[in-house]
Write a protein that binds this ligand. Sequence first.
Ligand code: ADP
Length: 259
Amino acid sequence: NHENELNTKRDDELGDLARSIQLLSDNLERLKKDRNEFLSSISHDLKTPLTYLKGYADIAKRPNLTNEQRNEYLAIIKEEAENVVALINDLFELAKMDENQFTIHRRSVMLNDFLEKISQKFQPAFNEANIILQIKCAANIRVSIDAERFRQVISNLLDNALKYSPANTTVTVEVNQNKNGTTITVSDEGEGISEKDLPNIWDRLYRVEKSRSRSTGGSGLGLAIVKKIIEGHGGEISVRSKVNVGTTFTIHLKDGGAN
Ligand code: ADP
């Protein structure tokens, strides 16, 4: 009887072990697949602008071009090269974050000054696109954040809002703080994101419509980086969106400002 009991116990344990191994193997398989997809996506993203670069360099060499034409091609070459550099920088950034080699250096930041500074930088681009940028933040709101990283977060969200909004719309950054924490929303009245695409936008290199977004110069890494930074702060970020109505990103920080 005792032996039977031991046998059953051993069988249970073996069963558990087998299930664990299966789970591990499934996970490894998935990781391998993710990595392969990631690598082929990156290769494509690097190859496309480099192919353009080569093509435009060949054209720019033609002897019969006017100076104006040549300058135009050189400007395109510069822009494409900048896109490649931006993609590589983002990749490095994410790799560092994956290795947890990034630390959050918190300091107390006055949010309205901080946001005003960022909005000044964006103002010319918004003016050019004929989109209004408004900041709604009370004067005395403080949070303890890594200012450099946080600037990256807000810049990425504003970049996207600008890229995916038509003229004559408004982009709003709004801050609310209470004892439970601080909420920052970035909302636009742009093209929105479909329900099908919404859960995937945080993935690396995910773009809703590849060809279209590539021409807007996005790397598809922006939101993956944004999410990592917010989570590094112990916060959360979520998104709500409706096609042709607009998109709102909501950041929640536990920091209620009582520091
Ligand atoms: P990208 O560099 O391509 O903009 P992101 O990671 O920043 O990459 O965003 C991923 C995708 O999510 C974008 O390609 C775009 O399709 C969608 N997206 C992000 N922000 C917005 C927005 N404000 N409005 C509409 N679509 C958006």
